[in-house]
Ligand binder design. Structure first.
Ligand code: PEP
Ligand code: MN
Length: 257
């Protein structure tokens, strides 16, 4: 596949997006972002509108969270990544955030996808928890046909019969979606795993299977996270995972099976 060089998301590189599940306050986000930046991360994630299963859970800071992320991004010169959950926030988010994410719950939200086709930002399209490859591809086409071909697939685990992990990471998705499309594929091991001890091995599997990048939940004091603390890793652990990337990629580039 010809490499797609995007000014924000460059598939000639291995793209690492890291940060907290949700933006909790400016200072915590800044400290996490600084720590990640010092460890070589250039893309910071954080959710402002959280679609939680329980209405009683923390549902994010909303617009204020978006602005915290935008300001931290500017301050530290980091690419910002955040989930857009509704049509009436697309314009606001496109003005303030560099890469917009469609979360698993919205993969089938076709009016949202069509609107994202009209903006000039890369879109990370997460796989629906029960979506087939072709349904996922069809969702991407809603964005592309509306005028935006800067779509990045993100496999984040699918619903299976196994309760031990939060979801089941489908590693085949990397090769299959790259064969079916010219689009990059990244892996979110955090939401698939549901627990931090599984994140390193899933991340290594993703790198070995040819993923174009990773999106990982990481923050300083991970146990203190309001949302998804159990699956959030310390930036030190993230660094250890990333140390293996160049050698693994180099080795794989020499093997063609
Ligand atoms: C997230 O990335 O914070 C998130 C909610 O992911 P997903 O949509 O995959 O559940
Ligand atoms: Mn999360």
């Amino acid at each position: 596949m010809d490499k797609i060089i995007d000014t924000i998301f460059d598939t000639s590189q291995f793209n690492v997006i890291a940060g907290p599940c949700s933006i909790e306050d400016y200072d915590t986000l800044y400290e996490t972002a600084l720590e990640l930046k010092n460890r070589g991360i250039r893309m910071i994630r954080g959710g402002a509108y959280k679609l939680r299963t329980s209405v009683h859970s923390f549902r994010g800071l909303g617009d204020a969270g978006v602005m915290h992320l935008a300001n931290v991004g500017k301050e530290l010169d980091l690419v910002t990544v955040s989930e857009v959950t509704q049509i009436d926030k697309v314009e606001f988010m496109a003005e303030n955030i560099d890469i917009l994410v469609v979360g698993t719950r919205n993969m089938h939200n076709y009016p949202l996808l069509e609107l994202l086709g009209k903006i000039d930002k890369p879109i990370i399209l997460k796989r629906g928890i029960a979506a087939t490859y072709d349904e996922w591809l069809a969702a991407a086409e809603y964005i592309i046909e509306s005028g935006n071909d800067r779509v990045i697939f993100c496999e984040r685990g699918i619903r299976t019969f196994e309760p031990e992990t939060r979801y089941t990471l489908d590693i085949s998705a990397i090769s299959v979606m790259k064969t079916k499309s010219q689009l990059p594929v990244i892996i979110d091991p955090s939401h698939a795993a549901g627990s931090r001890d599984l994140v390193p091995s899933l991340a290594f599997a993703a790198i070995a299977a040819g993923a174009d990048g990773l999106m990982i939940e990481s923050q300083i004091k991970p146990d203190d996270g309001i949302c998804d603390a159990k699956q959030t890793i310390d930036p030190v652990v993230l660094s250890q995972i990333l140390d293996a990337v160049p050698e693994l990629r180099l080795h794989l580039s020499r093997v063609s099976l």
